[in-house]
Design a protein around this ligand. Structure first.
Ligand code: 8YV
Length: 313
């Protein structure tokens, strides 16, 4: 049995590299670990993990020799890091290499929502345009006041891009950051939402940000507001968002991430003012290649007894 298990929807290139460099055995998901015979589970020292299924202590205990979980992704909220640390298991992630892609997507979603891309594309493609069907006018994106929830590495890349759109930039994060003059810090997310037109969610997922975009935050944004989320579905109170989209309490939302994805609440998908994407923030050839390389560099380092490049714990 190989020492490395690879779990998740890897590209052919990454799957081949994991097999070639680590003799990794592919498993479809975490649940498949329990189906391996005990002597095979005992041999496993590392899991190259991709995906968002909860990776908790009970799964770790099925692999008594486990030394490393190398996550393909910057967000590791699916992994119980405290449980891993308690068991002496190293966790690594793939930060930075995806910042550009995720920030590009956030800005694209923000513009697409302001300019009503979805109905406009439908109008052109369906032939409605040619039949004289006129669309209501959209909203101008440049110059809006935008609030960024979470001014980490990705939040900062988003803000830097938005600055070129003559926006007024506001942000909320755990602490005030060193930013260009004129960016306004808010300690409280409701206060942030009250000060801006649109809100872009770029905080980490996990218990500390669960439901952070609450009914109060959504309500404070107001009927002209748009919420963009490229972080994690868990950050938004989806019930409150559905109610706000249905009632017109906000103008719309653009979401790349959802609670329980890839299953999405049908009430969200039915909302006409929702732009939905299937979690493609880092999904480019270039970035996924860089993420794969970093994951494998971390794996190699840990197996060789060296410090990994991007440790989490
Ligand atoms: C995922 C992501 O890694 O990096 C993250 O945190 O959410 C994505 O880039 C990707 O969807 C593979 O699971």
């Amino acid at each position: 049995m190989s020492q490395v298990i690879a779990i998740g929807p890897y590209s052919d290139t990454d799957a081949a590299a994991l097999a070639r460099d680590f003799d990794a055995r592919r498993l479809p998901d975490l649940a498949a670990i329990a189906t391996l015979p005990e002597d095979q589970r005992r041999d496993v020292v590392a899991v190259a993990f991709m995906g968002h299924d909860p990776f908790g202590g009970a799964v770790m205990d099925l692999l008594p020799g486990l030394k490393a979980i190398t996550n393909f992704g910057v967000g590791y909220d699916a992994i119980d890091v405290a449980a891993a640390t308690a068991r002496g298991i190293r966790v690594t992630n793939t930060p930075n290499v995806l910042n550009d892609d995720v920030a590009d997507l956030a800005v694209a979603m923000w513009i697409a929502q302001a300019r009503d891309f979805e109905p406009a594309m439908q109008n052109a493609r369906s032939g409605d345009w040619g039949r004289g069907v006129r669309l209501p006018l959209a909203r101008k994106a440049s110059g809006r006041r935008v609030g960024i929830l979470g001014m980490g590495r990705i939040g900062r890349e988003i803000a830097d891009r938005l600055a070129a759109f003559k926006t007024e930039i506001h942000y909320q994060s755990r602490s005030r950051k060193d930013t260009p003059a004129g960016w306004t810090y808010h300690a409280d997310p409701v206060e942030l939402a009250r000060a801006v037109d649109d809100l872009i969610v770029a905080v980490v997922g996990g218990p500390e940000t669960e439901g952070f975009v609450s009914a109060g935050v959504i309500g404070a944004l107001g009927p002209d507001g748009v919420i963009v989320n490229i972080a994690r579905g868990s950050v938004i109170d989806e019930e409150a968002l559905i109610a706000a989209l249905q009632s017109g309490a906000i103008r719309g939302a653009a979401l790349d991430v959802f609670r329980g994805e890839p299953q999405v609440d049908p009430r969200l998908l039915a909302a006409p003012n929702l732009l939905a994407l299937p979690h493609i923030g880092s999904a480019t050839v270039e970035t996924r290649a860089a993420m794969g390389q970093l994951q494998r560099a971390n794996l190699r380092a840990i197996l060789d007894g060296r410090a990994p490049e991007t440790p989490v714990n």
